[in-house]
Design a protein around this ligand. Structure first.
Ligand code: ATR
Length: 274
C-alpha cells in the first residue's frame, strides 16, 4: 500500500482501539479493489468525540467507523443520520460527502446478512435476544420486522422492558421474558451480552435447556465457551465474526460506492482471528 497526497483516509474512532480487527479487512479490501484508500484507527477519548468528528471535515477523511463508547454519543454532532441510525439511536459509520457528515448504522443489517449467508431464514422464526444494550437494539430493530416473534431477556429487567417497548412500535411481535426457562421454544437464540468476552465468564444461559437443531448466536468474534458447549448439544452456532465482516462490508460500500470484496475481507479477518 502506497500512501500519497491523493490517498483517501477512512478511520475508526473508539476508546480503546488497540484490539480492533477492522483495519485488516478494510485495508485488504482497498488493496484488492485497487483503491487509493487507507483505514486508520484513532484512539478518541470520550471527551474529545465532538472535536474528532469535526476533524473528519478538517482533515477531509472520507468517513469513519465508530465503536465503543461513541456509537450513541456521536448523533448530536452529525449533520444528518439515515433512518436506521435515527431509529436505533446509534451510529457505527459516518460518511463525509462534500463536508456533510451523515450517520449510518450497519450493525443490524450486518447481523442479518451473517445469518442469511449461513442459510438461516429469520422469517417465521421465534427469536430470543439475551441482552438489552446497543448491540441488542441494532439487531432487534432488524429482526423484529422479519421474525415471527421476538423476545428480549436482560439481567436488568427495566432495560429489557424499554427495548421491547421500542421494538414493539416497529412490529407488534416483540415482548419480554422474565427468565430463561423456556429456551427450547426458540428457533434462534442470540447472546448479545458481554458474557463470554472472558474465558471464565459464566454462561449466559443453561445449555441443558436447549434441544438439538436450535441456532445459537454469539456476537463475540471468537468461538466462546457458550458456542463450544451448545455445539456439543447438536445446536447450530454462529459467532460474531460474520456480523463484524458484513457491517464492515456495508461501511466499505458507503465510503467507496463499490461492491465489497466479501471473501477478501473474510480471509483477512480469519487470518488474524484463527
Ligand atoms: P453493547 O453495545 O455491546 O450491547 P452494552 O450496551 O454495554 O454493550 O450492553 C451490554 C449488555 O450485556 C447489557 O444487556 C448488560 O446487561 P445489563 O443491562 O443488566 O447491564 C449485559 N451484561 C453485561 N454483563 C453482564 C453479566 N455479568 N450478566 C448478564 N448480563 C450482562
Amino acid at each position: 500500500m502506497q500512501i500519497t497526497g491523493k490517498t483517501k483516509i477512512a478511520g475508526l474512532f473508539g476508546w480503546p482501539v488497540e484490539h480492533t480487527l477492522s483495519p485488516y479487512m478494510q485495508n485488504a479490501a482497498f488493496l484488492h479493489c485497487d483503491l487509493d484508500y487507507c483505514y486508520v484507527p484513532f484512539p478518541v477519548s470520550p471527551g474529545r468525540l465532538e472535536n474528532a468528528i469535526e476533524a473528519i471535515r478538517s482533515l477531509n477523511l472520507c468517513g469513519v467507523n465508530l465503536t465503543i463508547p461513541h456509537k450513541e454519543a456521536s448523533l448530536p454532532f452529525l449533520d444528518v443520520a439515515d433512518e436506521e441510525a435515527l431509529a436505533i439511536g446509534a451510529v457505527n459509520t459516518i460518511t463525509n460527502t462534500d463536508d456533510i457528515l451523515t450517520g449510518h448504522n450497519t450493525d443490524g443489517r450486518g447481523f442479518a446478512a451473517a445469518l442469511q449467508e449461513q442459510g438461516i431464514i429469520v422469517e417465521g422464526c421465534r427469536v430470543l435476544i439475551i441482552g438489552a444494550g446497543g448491540a441488542s437494539r441494532a439487531i432487534g430493530y432488524y429482526l423484529s420486522r422479519t421474525a415471527k416473534s421476538l423476545h428480549i431477556y436482560n439481567r436488568t429487567h427495566e432495560k429489557a422492558v424499554a427495548l421491547a417497548s421500542f421494538l414493539s412500535r416497529i412490529s407488534g411481535n416483540t415482548d419480554i421474558v422474565q427468565d430463561l426457562s423456556s429456551l427450547s421454544e426458540y428457533d434462534i437464540i442470540i447472546n448479545a451480552t458481554s458474557l463470554g468476552m472472558k474465558e471464565d465468564d459464566p454462561l449466559p444461559l443453561d445449555v441443558n435447556l436447549l434441544r438439538p437443531f436450535q441456532t445459537v448466536c454469539d456476537l463475540i468474534y471468537r468461538k466462546t465457551p457458550l458456542l463450544r458447549k451448545v455445539e456439543q448439544k447438536g445446536c447450530r452456532t454462529i459467532d460474531g465474526l460474520g456480523m463484524l465482516l458484513w457491517q464492515g462490508a456495508y461501511a466499505f460500500e458507503l465510503w467507496t460506492g463499490m461492491h465489497p470484496p466479501i471473501e477478501v475481507m473474510r480471509t483477512a479477518l480469519l487470518s488474524i482471528v484463527k
